[in-house]
Design a protein around this ligand. Structure first.
Ligand SMILES: NC(=O)c1ccc[n+]([C@@H]2O[C@H](COP(=O)([O-])OP(=O)(O)OC[C@H]3O[C@@H](n4cnc5c(N)ncnc54)[C@H](O)[C@@H]3O)[C@@H](O)[C@H]2O)c1
Length: 292
C-alpha cells in the first residue's frame, strides 16, 4: 500500500514559490541526490551545489552522507534512505518537503553492482541488484512524482525533473554483468514510460548513461576496486599491474579517459535547462557509445 503523502502535497503546494535565495544555474532548486555519500552521487551533488541548488544527500550510509553535507555548506542536508524500501523512500521525500517546502529535482543515482557468469550467479545477488537498481528506482521516483504532480497543480507553468543515473550498460550488454546491465536497461524503460505519463504535469524524465568512473571508489578502491578484482581474475589478457588494467579500459574510450562526476553533472544541468526534451537516455561516455 502506498504511503499517504496528502499532508506533504499540501505543504509543497503552499510553498511552490518559496525557495532559498541563491545564485547559479540551479539557484534555489530543491534537489535530492540518492546514493550521494560517495562516488558519482557525491560528485554530482558537489557540482549542483556550486550552481546554487539546495542539495539533499540521501544515502544508506548516514554518517558519510552527513560529512558530505557538512563539507558542502548550509544549503546541504543529509538524510538516511534505503531506496529498496517503500516507507524509507516516502519518508525521505516527506522530510525534504517538511524541511525545504518542496522538491524540484530528483537525481536517482543510488545503485549497486554484482557481476559474474550466469551459471554461477546466485539468485540472492540477482535479487539484490534488482531491488536497488530497478525496484528502488521505481520507489524513489514514485514519491518524487507524487509531490511534483501536486506542485504542478499549484503552478502549471513550473517544470520539474526526474533524472536517473543509468549507465552505458543500460545501452549495450555487459559481459558477465547481466544483472546490472538488465537493471540499467530496465531503468531506461521506466524513464521512457514515465516521460510519457508525467509530461502532462511538466515533469521531465531523463536518464544519463555514464561511462566508467575509473577514478571513483568502485574502480579504484585499492582493496575491493574493480581494477584489483579484474587483475586478480585475469580478466584483462596480459595485464600485470593495476595500471595495465586501467589503461585497457581507458583505451576503449575515444576521448581516452574515464567519466568524471563533472561530466555527469553537466548532463544533469542540460536536462534541467533544456525545456523541450524528455524520455531520453543521454550517453556520457567520451564516445565509447555512439547512438544510432
Ligand atoms: N562507477 C561507474 O563506473 C559507473 C558507471 C556508470 C553508471 N554508474 C552508476 O552510477 C551510480 C553511482 O555509482 P557509483 O559507482 O558512484 O557507486 P558507489 O558504490 O561509489 O556509491 C553508491 C552509493 O549508493 C549508496 N547506496 C547503496 N545502496 C543503497 C540503498 N539501497 N539506498 C540508498 N543508498 C544506497 C552507497 O551507500 C553509496 O554511497 C549507480 O547507479 C551506478 O550504477 C556507475
Amino acid at each position: 500500500m502506498s504511503v499517504d503523502m496528502t499532508k506533504w502535497q499540501a505543504i509543497a503546494k503552499e510553498n511552490i514559490h518559496n525557495r532559498i535565495q541563491a545564485t547559479g544555474r540551479l539557484a534555489g532548486k530543491i534537489t535530492i541526490v540518492t546514493g550521494a555519500a560517495q562516488g558519482f552521487g557525491k560528485g554530482i551533488a558537489e557540482e549542483l551545489y556550486k550552481e546554487g541548488a539546495v542539495i539533499v544527500i540521501a544515502d544508506m550510509n548516514l554518517p558519510l552522507a552527513e560529512s558530505v553535507a557538512a563539507e558542502l555548506g548550509e544549503r546541504a542536508w543529509a538524510i538516511a534512505v534505503n531506496v529498496s524500501d517503500e516507507e524509507s523512500c516516502a519518508n525521505m521525500v516527506a522530510q525534504v518537503v517538511e524541511k525545504f517546502g518542496g522538491l524540484d529535482i530528483m537525481v536517482a543515482n543510488a545503485g549497486v553492482v554484482r557481476s559474474g557468469p550466469i551459471a554461477d550467479f546466485e539468485k540472492k545477488d540477482f535479487d539484490f541488484v534488482t531491488a536497488i537498481n530497478y525496484t528502488g528506482l521505481f520507489l524513489t521516483c514514485k514519491y518524487a512524482a507524487i509531490i511534483m504532480e501536486a506542485q504542478h497543480e499549484a503552478d502549471p507553468t513550473a517544470m520539474f525533473d526526474i533524472i536517473v543515473n543509468s549507465s552505458k550498460s543500460g545501452l549495450e550488454g555487459s559481459n558477465k554483468n547481466f544483472a546490472y546491465a538488465g537493471s540499467k536497461f530496465g531503468a531506461i524503460g521506466l524513464v521512457q514510460s514515465w516521460a510519457m505519463e508525467l509530461a502532462a504535469y511538466n515533469i521531465k524524465v531523463n536518464a544519463i548513461c555514464p561511462g566508467n568512473y575509473l577514478d571513483g571508489p568502485l574502480w579504484s578502491d585499492p582493496v575491493r576496486g574493480l581494477f584489483v578484482q579484474y587483475l586478480e581474475a585475469g580478466k584483462v589478457p596480459g595485464a600485470k599491474t593495476v595500471e595495465d588494467v586501467r589503461r585497457f579500459y581507458e583505451a576503449k574510450v575515444p576521448l581516452n579517459r574515464g567519466c568524471l562526476p563533472i561530466d555527469v553533472a553537466r548532463a544533469v544541468m542540460y536536462c534541467v535547462e533544456q525545456k523541450y526534451e524528455t524520455g531520453q537516455a543521454i550517453p556520457v561516455t567520451g564516445g565509447q557509445i555512439m547512438l544510432n
